[in-house]
Design a protein around this ligand. Structure first.
Ligand SMILES: [Ca+2]
Ligand SMILES: [Ca+2]
Length: 434
């Protein structure tokens, strides 16, 4: 038995997203001399095929000796990776590099603003003692016997402060090197100066801005489509709120309001959006035959973190300053009645008020208070009871604040003067004084 081999190799390199790997062809097993001819043709065809991409082909005879090497340079050099822009501060070196597909017989000549740099003839360029005068375009001319190609120019920016933002960029947009910070955001669009520099957008008027989208969900998650790190200005994005088992989607909070789901958002700026999910309100509030509604800037939600009864309670929606969140029950009572419930508040900047059939009640809850019982008078027939949680303007960050309601009950009194504890005060009156 005889065998022949055809080996192909390819310079290993890395393009933007693709690793070139070495090619190899397993030995071709031959039974007789005629098959060897066929195998040679196969090897040659493989060689031509791979040569078209690799520009390197090595041919071996039967014992494995190298018999021919097709000239590597069938064309000018191919640049796999271009030099990359960099920002260099005092005391640091600058460096640029180029990666070429086939380095055989290749020469390099680096240029600064189009002029050859003396002695800069390697595939990498190291710049020591960088100063303001070093700022400019760097490129490299790569040549082989077949021709030459010039890399795309890469900027070296001078950064005297060492914060990563070039002096020239700061001066161009802000007229100052010292009064600009990397985290600054003069246009208030949620994208920092550093991000704007790298994205080539204008930090003073937002032109070309790439807004971000930060989404969050409690007891569920948000599916974003397309799900990108950054968006183009005014790009539309679809958000789908997906609740955890047992929870309902209540509404959106933050830079998005309402309860449409899915919902389309236009990225006019960087946005923070929270999807609010809750337990069912009748379950949380221990009621049956009551129609619950909720709304405002963000609706109330059922939850099981802060409760009076240890099971679940309703919590005001996560709202901002000068916003409100309301909870409303419609109930039918055949006679005079009371509505009773427990309520609680954790806030320095909000109030929880109650209205019955549109009439504001004097008893309210403000600032922080632990669970208390409250009661209000209802007339025969339909009654609408509304709890309104409102955040007011204050000169400090209120942090977390919310109100809770639990264990809502209704008691009807066919005899409104009944006095079950015989203290001379009707039950109806006593329950509304809680
Ligand atoms: Ca409850
Ligand atoms: Ca009594």
């Amino acid at each position: 038995m005889k065998f022949t081999r055809c080996y192909f190799s390819l310079t290993r390199g890395r393009a933007a997203a693709v690793d070139y790997v070495a090619w190899s062809v397993k030995p071709v097993l031959l039974k007789d001399a005629s098959a060897f001819v066929g195998a040679s043709v196969i090897c040659l065809l493989f060689g031509l095929l791979i040569n078209a991409q690799a520009q390197v082909s090595l041919f071996y005879d039967l014992p494995g000796n190298l018999v021919s090497q097709i000239p590597e340079s069938t064309g000018p050099p191919v640049i796999l990776r271009q030099p990359v822009m960099q920002v260099v501060s005092a005391g640091h070196n600058g460096s640029f590099a180029v990666v070429v597909a086939d380095t055989t017989s290749v020469t390099y000549q680096w240029r600064f603003n189009g002029a050859d740099l003396l002695g800069a003839t390697a595939d990498a360029l190291l710049l020591t003692s960088v100063s303001a005068a070093s700022q400019g375009n760097y490129s490299v001319v790569v040549a082989n016997p077949s021709g030459s190609v010039t890399s795309s120019p890469a900027m070296l920016y001078w950064d005297s402060v060492g914060d990563g933002l070039p002096d020239s960029w700061k001066i161009k947009y802000f007229g100052s090197v010292t009064n600009v910070t990397t985290s600054g955001d003069a246009t208030g669009d949620g994208v920092s100066n550093l991000q704007k520099f790298y994205e080539g957008t204008n930090p003073t008027n937002g032109a070309g801005l790439n807004p971000r989208l930060i989404v969050d969900g409690l007891n569920g998650y948000v599916r974003v489509s397309p799900d990108l790190d950054k968006f183009s200005l005014d790009q539309t994005v679809t958000l789908l709120a997906v609740p955890s088992p047992g929870f309902n989607f209540v509404g959106w909070s933050g830079d998005l309001e309402g309860a449409n789901n899915p919902v389309t958002v236009t990225m006019t700026k960087t946005k923070r959006v929270t999807a609010v999910f809750g337990l069912p309100l009748d379950y949380s509030l221990n009621t049956t035959n009551v129609v619950w509604r909720s709304g405002g800037d963000v609706p109330w939600l059922g939850q099981n973190y802060v409760t009076y009864d240890g099971a679940a309670a309703a919590q005001s929606g996560p709202i901002g300053t000068n916003e409100q969140s309301w909870l409303e029950a419609t109930v039918f009572v055949p006679s005079v009645a009371t509505v009773n419930f427990w309520w609680k508040m954790a806030s320095f900047t909000a109030s929880l008020t109650v209205s019955v059939n549109g009439a504001p009640q004097s008893r309210t809850l403000s600032r922080s208070s632990d669970w208390q019982r409250a009661g209000f008078y209802l007339v025969p027939g339909y009654n609408v009871i509304r709890w309104t949680y409102a955040q007011h303007t204050f000169y400090f960050d209120p942090g977390f604040s919310a109100a809770w309601v639990d264990q809502v009950s209704f008691t009807a009194y066919p005899d409104e003067y009944i006095d079950t504890d015989f203290d001379g005060l009707p039950d109806l009156w006593e329950l509304t004084q809680l």
